[in-house]
Design a protein around this ligand. Structure first.
Ligand SMILES: *Cc1c(COP(=O)(O)O)cnc(C)c1O
Length: 495
């Protein structure tokens, strides 16, 4: 199987090249030229497998230049009980007969980004070897909080890599910031940026497009690489947990193979929900993908109207990992829904860059409607939902998951659909302990890491061990730069 660029189909490369390169030279994203199928018989076999085996099976179908022994080794190491606090890795928890939570935050950094970023370093280093790349990969990450820590944890002390993370100084939670600035490892760097996530992300994109810098770095033995979800190696591991959740629902005897389920997904950069779309395209019986946004509701509007318009105020919310106005992975969806029309996709992306908006054809809009449903909720609704579910059903969600739950309720009220639905739970509530305590009306005067103890005390739940361990750690990084200072910081980091 080859990978092609969403903006130019004539670019056709192997999986290892796509992963090593990250982004296509024409600015497009790499996508598989065809998806492997997933039959009822195959789903049946997957039901009997462990999470690691499911990962080998699904990912292996996309990565034909990797051997199954290689994939098995990666899966064992990426999804081990050393890094995850449950052997299920991605457990499915039942709330009611019709509402289930897929908990993707049992990994080392307590957010769903671990599902991909525990795997990516193995895929990337193997890809460098397969493509004969001798230079060191300098991984640049712009983060709204969770990706940064998960990438640092995944790449810390990984050979032939260095990693530099930029985060919006005032756009992440206290716990998230502590997680990043205390990161161990010889090859890591962390910098605050004055501004919001889009500032950090556009700064990184600018650095990637700087040809002079690329040449200079190459002379010094480096090339720039990305751990953001534009890399296919980030997206692919995420397909696994959609299939895994379906199997677990079969195993729980809630459905039989062939029954359709919905997924409600708290969405930012559109990476998570896109993996669900690919799972459906492969043949997983999924009906609706419910796209949930916070006050930054650019995706809600797009899915409801067919017009994407980033010209709007940026809101800082209590679900900061979804505070995004430009969702990079939407480009892959447009490519799929236009039946691989690279010219059309390139046109939309040009319009977006030049005017900040584009409107898709009625054909694409109709295809969108077949699978996607979207709505959003504001911070007050998020808090209310979080509190209600905890008080009535004793299940504690983080703020992002609460957005998805709220939007699922809106979906059910609007459509009357009663199909079993999986709410994709993307972070431990402890990662956003400040806002979760606010929602419960229980913050008191706790601050910083004391919020973790406070949340445990008032809810009777158990905090993830790595978050508790932050208390004994010293910050290693405290530098903050302006957006203009990001380029220079890369040079300094690599000295
Ligand atoms: C990254 C993140 C999201 C958004 O996921 P996308 O793949 O960017 O759409 C939602 N919730 C949490 C907790 C996250 O870390």
């Amino acid at each position: 199987m080859r990978y092609i660029s969403t903006r130019d189909q004539t670019v056709r490369i192997h999986a290892a090249e796509a992963i090593a390169q990250g982004l296509s030279h024409d600015g497009g994203l790499f996508v598989p030229e065809a998806l492997p199928g997933l039959s009822a018989g195959q789903i049946q076999s997957l039901c009997a497998m462990s999470y690691q085996q499911r990962a080998v099976y699904i990912m292996g179908a996309f990565l034909q230049d990797f051997t199954s022994a290689e994939m098995a080794n990666f899966a064992e190491r990426a999804y081990s009980v050393k890094g995850f606090d449950t052997p299920a890795i991605a457990p499915l928890e039942k709330l009611t007969d019709d509402t289930w939570f897929l908990e993707l935050w049992h990994g080392p950094t307590s957010a769903f980004k671990d599902m991909a970023l525990q795997m990516l370093p193995y895929l990337l280093t193997a890809s460098l070897e397969k493509t004969g790349e001798r230079r060191q990969a300098c991984i640049l990450v712009a983060t709204s909080g969770d990706t940064g820590k998960a990438a640092l944890e995944g790449f810390a002390d990984v050979e032939q890599t260095k990693i530099l993370v930029f985060y919006p100084k005032d756009g992440v939670s206290a716990v998230q910031e502590m997680q990043m600035v205390t990161q161990a490892g010889q090859n890591v760097g962390v910098l605050g940026v004055h501004g919001n996530f889009d500032d950090a992300q556009s700064g990184v994109k600018q650095i990637f497009s700087d040809r002079e810098l690329a040449r200079e770095l190459s002379d010094r033995g480096y090339f720039l690489s990305s751990a953001n979800s534009i890399n296919w190696g980030r997206l692919l591991p995420q397909i696994v947990y959609y299939v895994s959740a379906y199997c677990d629902m079969v195993n729980a005897r809630r459905i039989v193979i062939g029954d359709k389920v919905n997924f409600a997904v708290p969405t930012g950069n559109f990476g998570n929900i896109l993996a669900g779309f690919y799972a459906k395209q492969m043949g997983l019986p999924v009906d609706k993908l419910i796209c949930a946004s916070n006050a930054n509701n650019v995706l809600t509007e797009f899915i409801q109207t067919g017009t994407y318009n980033r010209n709007r105020p940026f809101h800082t919310t209590i679900s900061p990992s979804m505070d995004i106005l430009v969702s990079s992975n939407l480009e892959r969806l447009l490519f799929a829904l236009s039946n691989g029309d690279d010219k059309q996709v390139a046109g939309y992306m040009k319009e977006l860059a030049e005017t900040g908006q584009y409107t898709v054809t009625s054909k694409i809009k109709a295809a969108l409607d077949q699978t996607f449903w979207a709505d959003f909720c504001d911070d007050n609704q998020t808090k209310e939902t979080l509190r209600d579910v905890f008080e009535a059903q004793n299940y504690l969600m983080d703020t992002h998951t609460a957005v998805a739950y709220d939007v699922l309720e809106k979906y059910r009220t609007t459509t009357g659909d009663t199909a079993p639905t999986v709410v994709v739970s993307t972070a431990s509530p402890y990662k956003f302990a400040d806002s979760v305590l606010d929602a419960l009306g229980q913050r008191g005067n706790a601050e910083g890491l004391a919020l973790i103890d406070r949340l445990a005390e008032v809810t009777g739940t158990v905090p993830p061990q790595p978050l508790v361990a932050l208390k004994g750690k010293q910050p290693r990084f405290d530098e903050v730069v302006g957006k203009d200072g990001m380029l220079g910081a890369v040079g300094v980091f690599l000295e």
